[in-house]
Design a protein around this ligand. Structure first.
Ligand SMILES: Cc1cc2nc3c(=O)[nH]c(=O)nc-3n(C[C@H](O)[C@H](O)[C@H](O)COP(=O)(O)OP(=O)(O)OC[C@H]3O[C@@H](n4cnc5c(N)ncnc54)[C@H](O)[C@@H]3O)c2cc1C
Length: 426
């Protein structure tokens, strides 16, 4: 077990075997070229190949090297923003379509894992934990709203006493349990999607960073050692887009988020903090999220930064967040600490769209990428095949550029983000 070429993480150490894919050498032709080997790119390649398209995917590092191989593993229902906010902002009709696509996204994750027999510890259930009374009130209202307005009966409010049993923590005033949500081993999910895409006929190359492309009726996509001449291009780079496509770079902001993995816990401790083997996340502005691994480690995500660098000691950076919820783990060894980069948008809803005649993109999932990026691949493939209805529902979500674009988005946004992070601590 374990794969090389990834950041040192619990996920890389417990990854299923994944043979290296040869870099692109020389010139090749394809109907569609996909840039990026995370969920967006892999799901696009899988669905395109399934439709009989000739597709080439180019990944700068290794498959799943980006956020898709490093995340918290939680596949939530709905969208990244609460349904009531979407109804207010976008109108009830659009919000309802987005709710339905959100359910389809989680169902698609399950369906792909089952159909392609992806070994990725897939389990049901996410528990949302509220720190403050107003968080608890909000979760209670949200559960009622989803039941009444959308007929969604798989979530329910959890009172404080039951929260103590389910989470093993006394920190929370109440919660919401969503039995329809899922959690999984994110890197093994990505590797499984890649294997399924490869079997479906997609050609995939690792260590093949795209340095640029020239637009035209056909697009010439260049790497250091080769090029692809494609009818269509899909940008699936999310937080790692960099300067590749300035026309969309200003609509996202890359941020870094961090995780740790403890040593394996003894069975009694694991049971005491998570008897139902749920994934959990809390109501902080900088969300803490956690779950158990298959070998009973606590995988805990907490803390983020907005600079080009990761903290020198990620384990010490994340650990206080874990201890605020589980002080009894003060003596527990931390075996891994790692970080990843994701893309957020100004309103925290994803940016789907088209540039010119033949470039599609989807990114900016703002921490909701397991379901949404997986679905993006299906919608991108359908849109390229001329069935853009679902894609258009997503593309209709307004995703304004950050004020000041790529140059100035940082100072103002970072001050704002730091302000809310500070409020969490008060
Ligand atoms: C620590 C952390 C925790 C998270 N937790 C959750 C969670 O619990 N639930 C959830 O739903 N989401 C979570 N997310 C977000 C989620 O991981 C992402 O939304 C999702 O993985 C995005 O997938 P993607 O394929 O669009 O991007 P990525 O997985 O980042 O893939 C982009 C790929 O593009 C490649 N690339 C970039 N530029 C080029 C180029 N020029 N040429 C070739 N290749 C290129 C990169 O190398 C990278 O592999 C988390 C993210 C992080 C970082």
């Amino acid at each position: 077990m374990g794969v090389a070429g990834h950041v040192a993480s619990y996920y890389a150490a417990s990854a299923n075997a994944a043979p290296a894919l040869a870099p692109l050498h020389g010139e090749t032709r394809a109907e569609v070229c996909v840039i990026g080997g995370g969920y967006t790119g892999l799901s696009t390649a899988l669905h395109l190949a399934g439709r009989g398209s000739d597709v080439v995917l180019l990944e700068a590092e290794r498959i799943g090297w980006g956020a898709s191989g490093r995340n918290g593993g939680q596949a939530s229902t709905g969208q990244r923003r609460p349904q009531r906010e979407l109804e207010r902002r976008l109108g009830e009709g659009h919000a309802r379509l987005l709710w339905e696509l959100g359910l389809e996204a989680v169902a698609l994750v399950r369906e792909l894992v089952e159909r392609h027999r992806i070994d990725c510890d897939l389990k049901p259930g996410i528990l949302y934990a509220g720190w403050k009374q107003r968080d608890d009130d909000y979760l209670r209202e949200e559960a009622a709203h989803l039941g009444e307005r959308y007929g969604y009966t798989q979530c329910r409010h959890v009172p404080a006493e039951e929260m103590r049993t389910l989470s093993g923590s006394t920190a929370f005033r109440g919660g919401l349990l969503d039995e329809g949500a899922l959690h999984l081993h994110p890197l093994n999910y990505a590797l499984g999607l890649a294997e399924a895409a490869r079997r479906a006929g997609a050609r995939m190359h690792e260590q093949s960073r795209v340095t640029g492309y020239e637009e035209g009726p056909r697009i010439r996509v260049r790497t250091a050692q080769g090029s692809v001449l494609a009818d269509q291009l899909v940008l699936a780079c999310n937080g790692y887009l960099g300067k590749l496509e300035p026309r969309i770079a200003g609509r996202i902001m890359p941020i870094n988020n961090f995780m740790l993995a403890t040593e394996p816990l003894d069975a009694a401790t694991a049971r005491s903090i998570n008897p139902r083997d749920l994934a959990m996340q809390d109501s902080r502005f900088v969300i803490n999220y956690w779950k158990l691994s298959a070998d009973r480690r606590l995988l805990f995500g907490g803390g983020e930064n907005y600079s080009a660098r990761f903290p020198a000691d990620i384990r010490s950076f994340v650990r206080p967040h874990m201890l605020a919820i589980y002080p009894a783990l003060a003596g527990t060894r931390i075996d891994y600490g790692w970080g990843g980069t994701l893309a957020i948008t100004l309103r925290r809803m994803p940016a789907f769209g088209k540039l010119g005649r033949n470039i599609h993109y989807a990114l900016g999932y703002s921490g909701h990428g397991i379901p949404t990026a997986t679905l993006a691949g299906k919608l991108l493939a359908a849109a390229i095949a001329g069935h853009g209805e679902g894609f258009d529902v997503m593309a209709r979500i307004p995703t304004p550029a950050f004020p000041g674009g790529t140059l100035l988005r940082y100072p103002g946004m970072v001050l704002g983000l730091l302000y809310y992070a500070l409020r969490d601590r008060l």
